[in-house]
Design a protein around this ligand. Structure first.
Ligand SMILES: NC(=O)c1ccc[n+]([C@@H]2O[C@H](COP(=O)([O-])OP(=O)(O)OC[C@H]3O[C@@H](n4cnc5c(N)ncnc54)[C@H](OP(=O)(O)O)[C@@H]3O)[C@@H](O)[C@H]2O)c1
Length: 254
């Protein structure tokens, strides 16, 4: 099993959840908050609504972040107080559509503006966290960094085409992570990466497309969270310092 930093009883054991307003992240934060082995859950998001029921607020700290590079660097500076205590990082950011754009059905729908926007959220922002977390994770003995990707980012698995920006940005994310994992392994042996596909999950991201999915294939965020945590805890990860896995624990071709 991936070790965590709680070798001594009562030692601090910290999880960091970035993109904390994602529906999957909210469920994850609840689970982590109820897990006694974690002493603090650091959550990071663009803004927080007090309406989101946490139920464990004494263990959860919040950072507002606009995800500009300077803001990410600044928060990572502050996170250095947790050096040697962080066993889990989850990066949950992702965008598929918004009020201005929908995923492209055909090549004529591709625009530079949408490509930039989707690559920014899905690939660039997660990569900046990986960059600035490096000194924060420097002392970690067994930290797992889970980044939410998507099966659709698999180049080999691309049979249907379409969804250029989302597909391309997740493929770019995967390559950035694989490249970072090689460098991390060279210099920070204690940190490993899980590139995770949650399956189609009932969140705002998938909302417009849920009608195409049969009910038994549309997961609740709580189910996906349980799958992910079980996958991490049941020692099913190999010794590779990066893996691309689905919610069912099966490997996805890069
Ligand atoms: N739902 C699915 O069916 C599905 C399938 C495959 C993969 N995924 C992946 O799973 C992850 C979690 O998604 P979800 O389904 O939980 O979606 P969600 O509830 O819609 O959450 C969206 C997430 O993306 C972030 N985000 C949205 N717009 C952003 C922007 N302009 N700049 C920076 N961050 C932005 C949010 O950050 P804040 O917390 O800061 O607001 C939040 O973390 C994503 O990476 C997604 O691609 C989801």
């Amino acid at each position: 099993m991936l070790g965590n930093s709680t070798s001594e009883e009562n030692a601090n054991n910290v999880a960091i959840v970035i993109g904390a307003n994602s529906k999957i992240a909210i469920s994850l934060i609840k689970r982590l908050g109820n897990d006694e082995s974690f002493t603090e859950i650091v959550t990071i998001g663009r803004q927080f609504s007090d309406n989101v029921e946490t139920g464990f607020s004494n263990k959860v700290s919040r950072f507002n972040c606009d995800y500009a590079e300077a803001s990410i660097r600044e928060i990572c500076e502050q996170l250095k107080v947790h050096k040697g205590q962080i066993s889990r990082v989850f990066i949950c950011n992702g965008i598929l559509h918004d009020t201005q754009f929908q995923p492209e059905k055909r090549i004529e729908d591709v625009t530079a503006e949408n490509l930039h926007k989707v690559f920014e959220v899905n690939a660039i922002i997660p990569m900046l966290w990986i960059k600035y977390l490096k000194p924060v994770l420097a002392n970690e003995q067994g930290c797992l960094v889970t980044v939410f990707s998507a099966r659709i980012g698999s180049i080999e698995d691309n049979r249907k085409g379409g969804w250029y920006a989302y597909r391309g940005s997740k493929a770019a994310l995967n390559m950035l992570l694989k490249t970072a994992a090689i460098e991390y392994e060279r210099v920070l042996k204690g940190t490993r990466f899980l590139v995770f596909h949650p399956g189609t999950t009932d969140t705002p991201l998938s909302k417009p497309f849920q009608k195409y999915v049969s009910q038994n294939k549309l997961f609740k965020p709580e189910f996906v969270t349980d799958q992910l945590l079980a996958l991490i805890e049941r020692d099913s990860l190999t010794d590779d310092n990066i893996q691309f896995l689905g919610w069912d624990g099966n490997e996805i071709p890069w």
